[in-house]
Design a protein around this ligand. Structure first.
Ligand SMILES: *Cc1c(COP(=O)(O)O)cnc(C)c1O
Length: 483
């Protein structure tokens, strides 16, 4: 394995003082991947030194919401002088405020009296079900059909893009406390999107010529060994297999949580080779990178990883929700987007924290999200203004908050869809009555006395039929019947 040395000092925006003590790239490359979970986290020195109160919070909340961190995050991304307020700490370690006081007290009591696992799990499941585990109709309304059969490992909500959840890619190198896919990590039944058959994916996209993008997602598909990932990707690259597919996307947080995946893991070179094969097939490989804080971009190894991924011809686009307690201020977002642009990444989406899981800890009023977005957007150069947001991935589509304004004497919030369950809804401005408390689309009311938004009637009709709207017409496919 070759390590290409690149000095971090080459980049100007190196501001955080984390616990990495300035590890060199070579030293980073020798670090083993070690996960932290509820059973072992107290063995790590930084956590052993934490006040008991904070360790208890991790245990209590970690019984309800998924918890997993790793040594790279702990040793290099978290500023332990600033814990518990450090944003990177809050990004992977559960906090008391992520549950309601009642839910917290209930689990705390069970944990403290060492209640049997069954009892804790039953209480945890009851609490989980109050946390809106499947927002935006993901399970019922995005599931595609092939020859009348549901393909549970896929989602097809927008005409051009199919989401694919490879069954071996349904975990991550660490869990974000804000994650909207949290139910699949706590084993809530029926909520895991997963699919074994790469052939079904190929058949499905073959049958749907409008599909130009496949997004491999999870979990994190890059948790898979390259040889496993290759099993899913390679069939699409065979001559004639998927002529409509212009872009293969991989959604991943590995650059932030385990950049060694691209630099020093045993199969790092093979992974980069696979990226090159996608590019050589004449397609774009879009690496959809989740970065939520500039600290994730500051170690020598993440910079090397970004360089190596880009060197394959892949493009890195970035996304995050705006998160209270993590990145909800314009200077932090602006610094992150500038740094991404400097490193050759393309800022893509700024999301609104979804209405699920630990939302109570992270969410902000929509108008606040917009103010932060606007201030950050105005503070960066044009090359970083590729970012779009703040955007809610809601039932009708991706709804962007354009901003607060006044129309005909009424104070309103202007909105538009960046993506729509019906593509005809995209790009049409529409208006909601001003609200400084609404945190999600369902908290907004139409402006000007209208009884509903322009898309509502059609949406109701679409939702009255099960499955993805894009897979209803085709029912007789030559290659189906394999599931
Ligand atoms: C965001 C998203 C996509 C991709 O949308 P783009 O605007 O093309 O990035 C596809 N499917 C779902 C369900 C999404 O939320």
């Amino acid at each position: 394995m070759t390590i290409h040395h690149s000095s971090p000092s080459r980049h100007s925006d190196h501001t955080a003082h984390r616990g990495d003590g300035g590890l060199s790239l070579q030293q980073h490359a020798e670090e083993p991947y070690e996960t932290l979970n509820l059973h072992n986290f107290e063995q790590v020195p930084q956590l052993a030194r934490l006040p008991k109160e904070l360790r208890d919070e991790i245990k209590v909340v970690g019984h309800v919401l998924p918890f997993k961190s790793n040594r790279y995050v702990v040793d290099h991304l978290i500023d332990w002088d600033n814990v518990p307020d450090d944003p990177m700490y809050r990004l992977t370690f559960p906090k008391r405020e992520m549950l309601t006081p009642e839910a917290y007290a209930r689990i705390e009591e069970l944990v403290h009296r060492d209640a049997p696992n069954d009892e804790v799990e039953a209480a945890a499941n009851e609490i989980r079900l109050t946390l809106n585990p499947h927002p935006a109709g993901q399970l019922d309304h995005n599931a595609p059909l092939l020859d009348g059969k549901r393909l549970p490992g896929m989602q097809h909500k927008y005409r051009e893009t199919v989401l694919f959840f490879p069954s071996q890619g349904q975990t991550c190198h660490a869990y974000c406390t804000f994650c909207f896919r949290w139910p699949q990590f706590v084993g809530l039944e029926g909520m895991k999107f997963a699919m074994r058959e790469a052939t079904l994916l190929r058949e499905y996209v073959h049958a749907h010529p409008d599909v130009s993008d496949i997004l491999f997602t999870g979990g994190d598909p890059l948790i898979m060994k390259t040889r496993v990932l290759r099993r899913y990707v390679a069939p699409l690259l065979e001559p004639g297999a998927a002529p409509n597919i212009a872009t293969i996307r991989i959604g991943s947080k590995a650059l932030a949580y385990w950049p060694h995946r691209f630099v020093s893991d045993d199969d790092a070179e093979d992974l980069l080779a696979l990226f090159r094969e996608v590019v050589d097939s004449g397609r774009q490989l879009s690496f959809m990178a989740h970065f939520s804080h500039p600290a994730e971009l500051e170690t020598p190894i993440v910079r090397e990883a970004i360089r190596l991924v880009r060197e394959t011809g892949a493009q890195i686009r970035t996304q995050t929700p705006v998160l209270r307690h993590i990145n909800a201020d314009a200077p932090t977002l602006a610094r992150m987007w500038r740094l991404q642009t400097q490193l050759g990444c393309i800022p893509y989406y700024l999301f609104v924290e979804r209405d699920t899981g630990a939302r109570r800890y992270f969410e902000l009023p929509l108008v606040k999200c917009w103010e932060i977005f606007r201030d950050a957007y105005a503070a960066v150069g044009g090359n970083s203004r590729t970012v779009r947001g703040p955007s809610m991935s809601a039932t009708p589509g991706k709804v962007q908050v354009l901003g607060v304004t006044e129309v005909a004497g009424e104070r309103v919030i202007a909105l538009r869809m960046l993506q729509g369950r019906n593509p005809d809804w995209v790009g049409r401005p529409f208006f909601a009555r001003y609200s400084d408390t609404a945190t999600w689309l369902d908290g907004l009311e139409p402006a000007f006395g209208a009884s509903e938004f322009f898309y509502d009637a059609e949406l109701r009709e679409m939702l009255s039929v099960a499955g993805s709207p894009w897979s209803r017409d085709e029912l007789s496919l030559p290659m189906a019947n394999t599931s």
